[in-house]
Write a protein of this length. Structure first.
Lengths: 197, 203
């Protein structure tokens, strides 16, 4: 009996201490990790989506609090008008969260592009969602009212062969982002005016 | 019978060189050694986890109940692996992207658990630290060597932290990179050849 209590106590203490340590590490490095991701992952994705914009979208950004999460929006200027935003949404993939950056034109409510940013999918299968441009090109030009799903689920997106779960997760991320876009559009239109000059 | 601290340290560098002598932890050895930089990065990350977990396991060796020792070791190891993962993300993001899933997989690397179980849980802090550092540095050097071997043959280049790259094809224009060596089967061939060489040298 004594041994039993000791086992429980030791495991509990060890788990709590390690949990606390990890939370501290997580908080301590969060800001630095965000910078690094902006520089190495989100930056290139944003630049691909907002290609040809007159400004630097990574500098021209703002944040909106949506429910419990805070979303970063990157502004793109085309033809002298700040009318495009890029932002990131997440879906549950095969190996964890998949980040998908999408760009939306506020004037005609159409997707101007989508790109996978962070993922931990299988190399050669799910990882293709990031590497193979023909997959993400399917999102270009879709309306924000579109039902974004893979063809198996009754949508219009062709899944990557061998990576249905990944493809679903990407669609899910885009669909969620579109939903928050529709919800936040009035605020977005308001905020984006600040970048007009 | 007890070895000195120095002996505990140096045995990891030759006598018990992890991938070649113990032939343990081969998954990352085969997986990440497509370049010298990746190999060394993986080695340093593993060394950190190995040394820290050895120290902590050794400190707690009289507190941890024997029946749940493996669970305790895994909690300790997994915590340090997540620390490494966060540090890499924060300060060496490109390397983190290249090593990918192999960083979280350090948790199940048999060298780390093996040292905790076979050594640190039975020895004092000083010799456990020396053991962890020695095995870790041996592992790092082995991965670096295998990475360099594969990279030179497979790509004709040698990259050390990005810009310090050295391109062999510019020195020997007739050298044709043998791309097979940087692909997965090349890892087995490379490891096999190095095992041969190490065994030929002997003790």
């Amino acid at each position: 009996m004594n041994e039993m209590i000791k086992m429980v106590v030791v495991l509990t203490i060890l788990s709590s201490v390690s949990g606390g340590l990890l939370a501290a590490i997580h908080d301590g490095t969060a800001a630095q990790i965000e910078n690094q991701q902006l520089k190495f992952v989100k930056g290139p994705a944003i630049k691909t989506i907002l290609e040809g914009s007159a400004n630097d979208p990574i500098v021209d950004r703002f944040k909106i609090v949506d429910g419990e999460t805070e979303l970063s929006f990157f502004v793109g200027k085309f033809n002298g008008k700040a009318n495009t935003v890029a932002f990131e949404g997440f879906g549950k993939g095969y190996g964890g969260d998949i980040g998908v950056m999408i760009g939306i034109n506020l004037d005609d409510d159409k997707l101007i592009g989508a790109a996978v940013t962070t993922h931990s999918e299988t190399p050669g299968l799910g990882a293709k969602s990031k590497e193979d441009p023909s997959f993400s090109l399917q999102f270009k030009g879709l309306s924000v009212d579109e039902n974004v799903k893979v063809t198996n689920d009754g949508g219009g997106i062709n899944a990557i062969s061998g990576a249905t779960i990944t493809s679903r997760a990407v669609c899910d991320a885009v669909a969620k982002s579109l939903a928050s876009y529709k919800r936040l559009k009035p605020q977005l239109a308001e905020q984006i005016k600040a970048f007009e000059n | 019978m007890a070895k000195s601290i120095v002996q505990e340290f140096t045995k990891g560098l030759w006598e018990e060189l992890p991938p070649f002598r113990l032939v343990l932890g081969l998954c990352p050895v085969l997986g990440v050694t497509t370049s010298m930089e990746n190999g060394l990065g993986m080695g340093v990350a593993t060394t950190f986890v190995l040394a820290c977990s050895n120290i902590l396991v050794s400190l707690l060796r009289n507190i941890i109940p024997p029946k749940v020792r493996i669970a305790c070791f895994i909690i300790i190891i997994a915590s340090f692996v997540i620390v490494v993962e966060h540090l890499l993300q924060a300060y060496a993001y490109p390397l983190f992207l290249k090593l990918g899933v192999f960083i979280p997989l350090i948790v199940v690397n048999c060298i780390v658990l093996g040292r905790a179980e076979a050594f640190a849980s039975k020895n004092g802090i000083a010799s456990s630290t020396a053991d962890g550092m020695g095995i870790g540095i041996g592992f790092t050097l082995s991965l670096g060597a295998l990475g360099a071997f594969r990279e030179i043959l497979g790509k004709g280049s040698l990259t050390i932290w990005g810009d310090l790259g050295y391109n062999l094809t510019s020195v020997f224009p007739s050298f044709q990179p043998f791309e097979f060596m940087v692909q997965a089967p090349g890892a087995f061939i490379g490891l096999g050849l190095m095992l041969c060489a190490i065994n030929a040298i002997g003790d």
